[in-house]
Design a protein around this ligand. Structure first.
Ligand SMILES: [Zn+2]
Length: 384
């Protein structure tokens, strides 16, 4: 789908920033899925500070004021709202004051409760810029300079817009999930340094990174540890040429994640590996037998006496959160497995610690972005 169909895009001028163009952006909304799509989700309770207002999602005239609690149950394919049978498949709810609360967490905007394939989905509908500021609060570090937060705000917004377009294409009822699979989103947060974060969002309002006039897949992680993305194999760089950076990032050495080490009792690793290799009883040896040009493990051979098992390097990374990145070496001693790695996550796109250091070296947010996503431009979103 062409982005122009959804937004009227205004080419961003590098030198000017007009505040008038910020207002229309406020109309852009994002739909965040708050619960997972499991069939066990058959009951949802929402609490407001004061009375709640419900209406049909596409009909604001159907408004009804209810008390401070809304409980929706799905029973035998029928919806029940606060105990009463409801004929529709979806209901929207907004607060008369304050925020809506779900499972002890408060959220901006409104909720849509939707019956989809025998499950109830809870979707948070909020302003895109508000969403960016919430994600920024979880993904940024307190006290980081404004310019570094502007870099991250632009990346978060771009990632979100890419997901909005993808969801529209796939005809999903929501745009984005709340977990690290997409971007971490935890609703209303009160933490320190909020002023800098809000200013970073305001000063970059509506700004996204584009390649060939489309939003990029703005992958980002906290530390790349100098791994060169262009050397990473099994990535379809044809689809995302801007992720194939050839220049090394030397800027994230200050990060505590630049190198990491995890010592795991052998039995713990056996237990983890059994998810992929149920027959594994012991580890006589474990060796990385193939890496890509970037040094990222591709193939790991595990011997249980004479029996050989093979596991893919990426699958090994996903075994446990303590394995921080795709880049690691494995050593075995008598009872332990020692993993020594570099960086965090996938090593692609923006390196947050690198960006932070580049700000100190005098780079501005746009040049930093174009270093990490070579060949990209900027556009400004404007609602229709
Ligand atoms: Zn880096």
């Amino acid at each position: 789908m062409n982005i122009i169909l959804l937004f009227s895009l205004v080419f961003y001028s590098f030198c000017t920033y007009s505040s008038e163009s910020v207002e229309p952006i406020r109309a852009l909304t994002i739909k965040v899925l708050l619960n997972d799509k499991s069939p066990s989700n058959t009951s949802i309770s929402i609490i407001g500070k004061k009375d709640l207002i419900t209406h049909l999602p596409k009909n604001e005239n159907s408004q009804k004021k209810i008390g401070t609690t809304l409980t929706v149950n799905l029973d035998n394919d029928k919806l029940y709202i606060n105990g009463k049978k409801f004929a529709g498949n979806a209901l929207q709810v907004k607060p008369t004051e304050g925020y809506l609360s779900f499972e002890n967490r408060e959220y901006h905007g409104s909720f849509i409760i939707l019956k989809e394939k025998n499950a109830l989905l809870l979707i948070n509908v909020l302003n895109l810029e508000e969403y960016v500021s919430v994600v920024l609060r979880t993904e940024s570090w307190p006290g980081w300079p404004l310019e570094a937060n502007k870099v991250l705000a632009i990346c978060i917004r771009t990632y979100a817009v890419d997901k909005i377009l993808e969801a529209k294409q796939k005809k999903l009822s929501y745009h984005i999930k709340t977990t690290t699979e997409h971007q971490t989103y935890k609703g209303v947060l009160n933490n320190k340094h909020t002023d800098t974060l809000l200013l970073a969002v305001k000063e970059t309002a509506g700004l996204i990174i584009t390649y060939n006039n489309k939003p990029i897949l703005a992958m980002h992680d906290s530390c790349c540890a100098g791994i060169i993305p262009a050397s990473v194999e099994h990535i379809d760089f044809k689809k995302a040429p801007y992720l194939a950076r050839k220049e090394i990032c030397n800027h994230c050495k200050i990060s505590k994640f630049y190198t990491w080490q995890v010592t795991m009792p052998k039995d713990d690793l056996i237990q983890l590996l059994q998810q992929n290799i149920p027959k594994l009883k012991n580890i006589s040896s474990i060796v990385v037998t193939k890496t890509d040009k970037a040094g990222i493990p591709q193939k790991i051979e595990i011997y249980d006496k004479k029996e050989k098992y093979v596991i893919d390097g990426k699958a090994f990374y996903f075994l446990n959160k303590r394995i921080r990145s795709y880049y690691y070496e494995i050593k075995k001693n008598a009872n332990n497995i020692v993993l020594s790695g570099r960086g965090v996550g996938h090593h692609l796109g923006l390196c947050q610690w690198g960006a932070r250091q580049m700000v100190d070296l005098g780079w501005d947010c746009k040049s930093i972005i174009q270093f990490y996503y070579p060949g990209t431009s900027f556009m400004k979103l404007k609602a229709k």
